[in-house]
Structures are given as C-alpha cells and as structure tokens.
Design a protein around this ligand. Structure first.
Ligand code: NAP
Length: 303
C-alpha cells in the first residue's frame, strides 16, 4: 500500500537523495513539500508548515530535511499533530531535544526515526557481521573532505548547532558505533576552530578501545571517508563512506538497495510495526567532543 509523505526543507539533500528515493519505490507518494523557497515539480508546495498540517490530514508521515537547528520545532509540531516523523542526521541540535521528541512520540503513539544514512551504506552490515566475533586491537577513522565542495555557501554548518566538521564526521561515528562489537568512550579531543567561526573545521579524537579519528574539512585533492579496524584475525577497511569493504586489502562483494531507499524501507516497516528507532550514540560522541575537547584556533574561513 502506498502512503502519503511530506518532505520539509527542499534543499541539497532533499533534491539529491530524498526525492529520488521516494519516487523510486511504490511504498510512498510524495504528496506535498514545505519549504520557504524550494519546490519539487508536480508536487503541491506549502510555505507554511502549520498550514500543511491543518490542510493535509491525508499525509501521515513527515520527513524533515532541514538543518539540525530548526528541526526540533517542526518535529514537535508534526508529532503533536499525530504524524510519524523521520529526521535527517544529525537528529537535532542537542541531545535533550531528541529525548523530548522520543517522549512526545511515545505519548502520541507515532513513529520517530532518527536516520543515519551512512549506516545504510552497503559495506556496513557485512563489516558488522565480520567484526562481531573478532578481537579488535585498533581502529581509526580518517574522514577528510573539502567543505567548499560539499557545503558550498552553507553558513549554517559554522553557526552554533551546525556542528562544523562533525556534520559529515557524524556519518563516520554512525558507522563505527554500528560495526564495533563494543561501546567506545571519548578520552581526548582537540577541536580546531577558524578564528571567525563558531564550530570546528577539524578534530582529532581518541576513544577507549584504542580507537582514534581524524576529521578535517580542509582536504583538497582525493577525499577520504575511511575506517580501518585491525583485529587479531586481519584488517578490515570500510572505504568511501561505507560503500566498499576490504579484508586484508581484498575487496569483498557487497550489495543493497542504496542508502536512502533503504532508509525509506526502514521507515515504512517502523510505521507498520508501530515502533521508533532513535540511536543517539553518534551524537553522544560529538557532544562529548564539545565538552571534553581542547580548543585551538586557526586561520579565518570564508566560502
Ligand atoms: P541545506 O540545503 O542548506 O538546507 C536544506 C533546506 O532547509 C533549505 O533548502 C531550506 O529550505 C531549509 N532551511 C534552512 N534553514 C532553515 C531554517 N532556519 N528554518 C527553516 N528551514 C530552513 O542543507 P542540506 O545540505 O540539504 O542539509 C540538510 C540536512 O541534511 C543536514 O542535517 C545535513 O547534515 C543532512 N545531510 C546533508 C547532506 C549533503 O550532502 N548536503 C548529506 C546527508 C545529510 P527553504 O529555505 O526553502 O525553507
């Protein structure tokens, strides 16, 4: 059965991923959008979210593609109006916001899905299975990309709540918290802030379990979205944002639906089973970096 869904925040990720994923399956019908400026051709467009909630009682599911700071207000309104809610990553600006949304969703009897698209990348579940019975000696995240290329002009990433380099870095944290068979605890962090900005452009992290991570938004040339896990039985590499798996250097066959189609399948089954999925561990590590991390300053940054 096809279910009506509304996309809110018609920006980069909505156009690149959400619209094709929704249109590419029979589970969902894109019944409306809400955005101050963005639209999707052929789909009824609202500028005002309250209006959408009032006028379109035929839409039971809302997918929020806004940046994290404005997202809470939209999610709270949607839940209060009895709608199921899907959140882009990171699920909000603070942990307390998401705890509140979880309580609200439970009381209202609706589904709340805090998505982590990188966990749906095709190498992630095979990596988790392979690591499940291994003895891990060391793990390292190498997450380095060019902010000019991936966030052109998106000043919100450098504003409070935008999380800076953790906006992409949280994808690595979503993968590593999924694949490691133990919980890690942040022990040390150094965050590098441009002198004119409120969020870090780079971070170095060290966790319990001999897990380390380097995150940097100043990478030119080849981009790196890789995690290496050393075990007593060999080395596992998850490369290119979770899309390629290597065991001792040999690439393994993997395959699945694709990240966003997979997330929308998951949402469908959560709604049908009347359950929620909210795993905040990736965001806990970001939050811990902000509380524990040493702050250093670097050159001003402008797009
Ligand atoms: P974006 O294009 O800058 O913003 C998405 C849309 O949100 C905008 O087009 C805007 O639509 C709306 N918006 C922005 N600020 C708002 C505000 N204060 N109040 C209400 N609406 C606001 O961002 P994005 O790259 O799509 O990222 C959105 C989310 O997706 C982020 O959490 C990001 O981490 C996640 N994500 C992004 C990518 C990527 O490659 N960019 C990949 C995966 C996940 P209107 O101005 O038309 O209302």
């Amino acid at each position: 059965m096809t279910t009506n869904i509304c996309l809110v925040g018609i920006g980069k990720i909505a156009i690149d991923q959400h619209v094709p994923a929704i249109k590419g399956c029979n589970d969902w019908a894109l019944a409306a959008t809400v955005s101050r400026s963005g639209t999707v051709e052929g789909v009824p467009a609202f500028k005002d979210f309250d209006q959408l909630l009032t006028d379109r009682s035929d839409i039971p599911v809302i997918s929020l593609c806004l940046p994290p700071v404005p997202r809470f207000e939209y999610a709270a309104k949607a839940i209060a109006a009895g709608r199921h809610v899907m959140l882009e990553k990171p699920p909000g600006a603070t942990l307390a916001e998401i705890h509140e949304l979880e309580r609200m969703a439970q009381d209202a009897g609706v589904t709340l899905f805090a998505t982590w698209h990188s966990r749906a990348a095709k190498a992630v579940q095979p990596a988790k299975e392979w690591l499940s019975d291994k003895t891990i000696t060391k793990a390292h995240i190498n997450w380095k990309e060019d902010v000019h290329k991936w966030h052109p002009g998106q000043d919100w990433v450098f504003e409070p709540g935008g999380m800076g380099v953790f906006d992409p870095g949280i994808n690595a944290l979503s993968i590593i918290t999924e694949i490691l068979p133990f919980e890690m605890r942040l022990q040390k962090a150094q965050l590098t802030y441009p002198a004119n900005r409120d969020t870090p452009i780079a971070a170095e992290m060290a966790w319990s379990g001999n897990v380390t991570g380097d995150f940097d938004w100043r990478q030119t040339g080849p981009q790196s979205w890789d995690i290496t896990v050393e075990t007593t039985a060999g080395t596992l590499d998850v490369k290119e944002g979770g899309t390629r798996l290597f065991l001792d250097g040999d690439e393994q066959d993997t395959g699945n639906l694709g990240e966003y189609p997979h997330l929308y399948k998951q949402m469908k089954s959560l709604v049908e089973s009347g359950t929620s999925d909210v795993d905040l561990r990736p965001m806990v590590h970001v939050s811990d970096a902000f509380t524990l991390g040493k702050r250093v300053s670097t050159d001003p940054f402008d797009f």
